[in-house]
Ligand binder design. Structure first.
Ligand code: C2O
Length: 559
């Protein structure tokens, strides 16, 4: 196995889009950032040089970091952030995973521009893919362009201000549908040769939106998700939420011509007619053929922007590839069960008492089981406290096993008429954590609620992959729904799609010692507190089997 080495210089760069110059934070001046390409089993070394004005960390999304939680890149949970004009070298292995993952800043707002692909190829070469060897492999990173200052946007979200992004992007390009982006050449162009097969490595790096992706006149065959092979699933539309990755084959088997590749953010209920549809498009064009001069590019027919059923069906149709050698069986014995409602609530802006009706006194926060995550105010990252076995982790509060009250979670009558009039319950804040003995088999049911009006929730767990046993609409009902669990070939994911007004059941083995973030991958839900920590303890009475912190580990200084 090789060592793959990169240097990431993070700095601010002016880019001009939508008739404006915007200062954005980028890695090596690239948007999206550089791809890390490895062979399964390789070691990766990334020297991060922080020339930006922000404290930052980089998270290797989906990389399991076995016995290497130190490299997971969550500020003040696993490490002190890298301060401006400081650097740090991340080292980790990519083992037992093949497909596409990605890396991103784990400072909420920086993630919008500080991100890139991680491509993991099989050891025995591309011909050992469990699908026909593609002619070419192409990363497709869906993202967002923000006109507003992202640090301010993030502050605004946490303080009850509405913010919205300005455009959607494919591989950093806005396409031809926005102001000041004149022609389709401003969009992402993919040249194909007739008859050849292409492997698209699709990543949703957006903060805000789940996307529908389509190519006119072509079908996708999805072969992997979150760097786990899936049974080949042929579809004309891909639904991909923030944090998810999908590998899909596309055969250039249409009549030679030009075909739009469209990314449409989905949203429900119907978007405000005042707000523009932040759609973007690029183009797939056939090469090596004489295109008639009059050829008009073909547009795909997209699902409705407010139709989340296509996403529900897409996610339900993913199952893991049984014949793949790396597949591990689903554990049948469950040690601990959690039922987690995803919602919103209010806290008082200041002091302890405020009236719910006076909305200027309250702030809306995102919750799990009606508690919103409070970032610990510590001078030392929690993982260091954990490693040194100190008793300074008293700020942690146990994530409850179930919701504090049972109600009809998904009754549309509970959907507030508008965000301003939301009938939200008072909520508390705490540094939510759940401790598991190493080896514990955990089952979690994530229950969406009508409090979240418009979204499905992509829930992401660090350090582990999980089996997605079942999903459904409405309220989860164990008596009915356990029978629907797929214990044979469930999809294996690191980011789980909780459908709007529905639920998903997952199972995983908490087998990787450390402190792992578990959160919604929507940037705004993350900033609003839809987070908990899963702490995996290895059962040693003193300390842990984690190795010592890596050389050159950042110190917090006076943060
Ligand atoms: Cu991709 Cu905690 O994140």
């Amino acid at each position: 196995a090789a060592v793959v080495e990169h240097t990431f210089v993070v700095s601010q760069v002016k880019m001009s889009h939508l008739c404006n110059e915007t200062l954005v934070t980028l890695v090596n001046g690239q948007f999206p950032g550089p791809a890390i390409e490895v062979t399964e089993g390789d070691s990766v070394t990334v020297h991060v040089v922080n020339k930006s004005p922000y404290n930052l960390t980089i998270h290797w999304h989906g990389v399991k970091q076995r016995l290497n939680c130190w490299a997971d890149g969550v500020p003040m949970i696993t490490q002190c952030p890298i301060q401006p004009n400081h650097d740090f070298t991340y080292r980790f292995n990519v083992a037992g995973q093949e497909g596409t993952l990605w890396w991103h800043a784990h400072v909420a707002f920086l993630r919008a521009t500080v991100h890139g692909a991680i491509v993991i190829r099989p050891r025995r070469g591309a011909s050992s893919y469990p699908f026909p060897k593609p002619h070419k492999e192409i990363p497709i990173i869906i993202g967002e362009w923000w006109q507003m200052d992202l640090a301010q946007a993030d502050w605004g979200i946490a303080h009850g201000v509405d913010v919205y992004f300005s455009a959607s992007t494919i591989n950093g390009k806005l396409g031809d549908l926005y102001n000041c982006s004149g022609s389709i050449e401003d969009g992402y162009m993919l040249d194909v040769e007739p008859g050849k097969t292409y492997l698209l490595r699709i990543i949703n790096a957006a903060l805000f939106a789940e996307y529908y992706l389509k190519i006119a006149g072509h079908k996708f065959t999805v072969v992997a998700a979150d760097a786990n092979y899936v049974s080949p699933y042929t579809t004309d539309v891909i639904a991909i939420a923030p944090g998810e990755t999908m590998d899909a084959l596309v055969v250039a088997d249409a009549a030679p011509g030009r075909y739009y590749l469209v990314a449409l953010p989905n949203q429900s209920p119907k978007p405000d007619p005042q707000s523009p549809v932040l759609i973007t498009r690029g183009m797939v064009q056939y090469r090596g053929v004489q295109a008639p001069p009059s050829d008009i590019p073909v547009l795909p027919e997209m699902p409705d922007q407010d139709d989340l059923r296509a996403s529900f069906h897409f996610h339900r149709n993913l199952t893991s590839l049984l014949r793949h050698r790396q597949r591990t069986p689903v554990p049948t014995q469950v040690d601990e069960r959690l039922f987690i409602t995803l919602g919103l609530g209010t806290i008082c802006r200041r002091g302890q008492s405020c009236k719910r009706s006076q909305s200027n006194e309250t702030i809306t926060v995102a919750t799990m089981n009606n508690i919103s995550f409070e970032h610990p105010s510590v001078a030392t990252p929690l993982l260091e406290l954990h490693y040194h076995n100190t008793n300074r982790m008293g700020m942690l509060q146990a994530l409850p096993d179930k919701a504090p009250s049972v109600f009809n979670y998904t009754d549309p009558a509970l959907i507030p008429p508008g965000p301003k009039e939301a009938k939200l319950e008072p909520t508390s804040k705490a540094t939510l954590a759940r401790r598991f003995r190493q080896g514990t088999v955990v089952e979690v049911v994530f229950q969406g609620t009508a409090l979240l009006q418009s979204e499905s929730n992509p829930m992401h767990l660090h350090g582990h992959d999980v089996f997605v046993l079942a999903q459904g609409e409405g309220n989860y009902d164990a008596a009915r729904d356990v029978a629907r669990y797929n214990l044979v070939n469930p999809a294996i994911r690191n980011t789980v799609h909780v459908p709007r007004l529905g639920w998903v059941a997952i199972r995983f083995v908490a087998d990787n010692p450390g402190i792992w973030y578990m959160h919604c991958h929507f940037g705004f839900h993350l900033s609003m507190g839809m987070v908990a920590l899963f702490i995996v303890e290895d059962g040693l009475t003193a300390g842990t089997s984690l190795p010592a912190p890596p050389a050159g580990f950042p110190s917090c200084g006076h943060i």
